[in-house]
Write a protein that binds this ligand. Sequence first.
Ligand code: PLP
Length: 384
Amino acid sequence: MDLTRILQLQRVPGVIDLAWGHPDASLLPVADVQAASVTALNKYAGTMLTYGIDRGIGPLRDRIALQIAQYEGVAPLPGEIMLSAGNSQALAQVAMLYARPNDVIFVENPTYHLALRILRDMPVQIHPIQCDQDGLDVNELAQAITAYQTVGQRIAFLYSIPTFQNPTGATLSATRRDALRAVVAKSGLVIVEDDVYRELWFDTKPIPSLWATFPRGSVIRLGSFSKSLAPGLRIGFITADAATIDRLAGCGLLDSGGGMAHFPAFILAELYENGAYDRIVASYRHRYASRRNALVAALEPLRQHGYTWQLPQGGYFLWMKLPADVTAERALSRIRLQQVDALPGSVFASTSLGYEAIRMAFSLYPEEDLTTAGNAIVRALTHE
Ligand SMILES: Cc1ncc(COP(=O)(O)O)c(C=O)c1O
């Protein structure tokens, strides 16, 4: 099979490439999806293959709402949830409907580089706000909002990944969440919350989403099954106030094409129904935690040389900060000589100020390869 004509992921033979934030295809639930597809097709026949209801099939919306209630203690009302084709599609759709030309969109700095690509397809101004190990700098955000509001500049929204952020792995602290809630109450800011890693926690469940804890109408939360199940299914969901869901589900795109992810939605509903979904996510948590541990254990000697990182509590990534005298470019050029690759921090920065950091994904390779890669990185960065 010529995978270069099939996959987004392109591998260089002999290189352990930690740049890709992709799952390991060998862990993906082929047999479960196969069985669920057959059961669903037997049950629903042609209804699975025609245009679907604009907000996505009811049985799956109900099932996801139930799960949110169990996890976060708040259930979206029936009018407050719809399906999407994943967070990339949902973000593009929200930006298309909510951002006008020349509007400001706030983003975290650093942030998910491909969300920046999506937002840059719009005629908007992107305003980066610094973040650290506790997430977004809410004071900086508040000052920027005041400055724009003073001159009458329209702000479309803040795009934020408050839980297990990509690339840093950081989660917005409870104190900062309180401060952000106050900013939202004062300024009327709308937040687009990218919650793609919520279910991929390792040690303890994350705190509830901004959507679950902020006033209704202030947060549009984008959920995805790309990390908790399989990205190839292209399915996710949106929770927001009923007026926002009406607007998103009533837009021309869905009026023409019907609900997003209609076919995979039946398969996912079946995976919930027969218990496979919970089993699959639990197995991912276990596997990815073990992979994180393997990579971190191998990198440990670097701590004595001034390299630092926060242990990711969920998600796919380790964000390693470099000592003051080492640039990401120099570190990566040495790492590449050892047949290992990763991404420099500058890729995730929306300003020309680079980040002297490296992002490594521990999702794609088994523990043995991560140990090999970690050892090679230590060699590359400690031997003159
Ligand atoms: C923060 C973040 N948002 C969105 C996505 C893409 O989500 P989806 O596959 O649901 O489009 C990713 C994938 O890496 C991500 O890291």
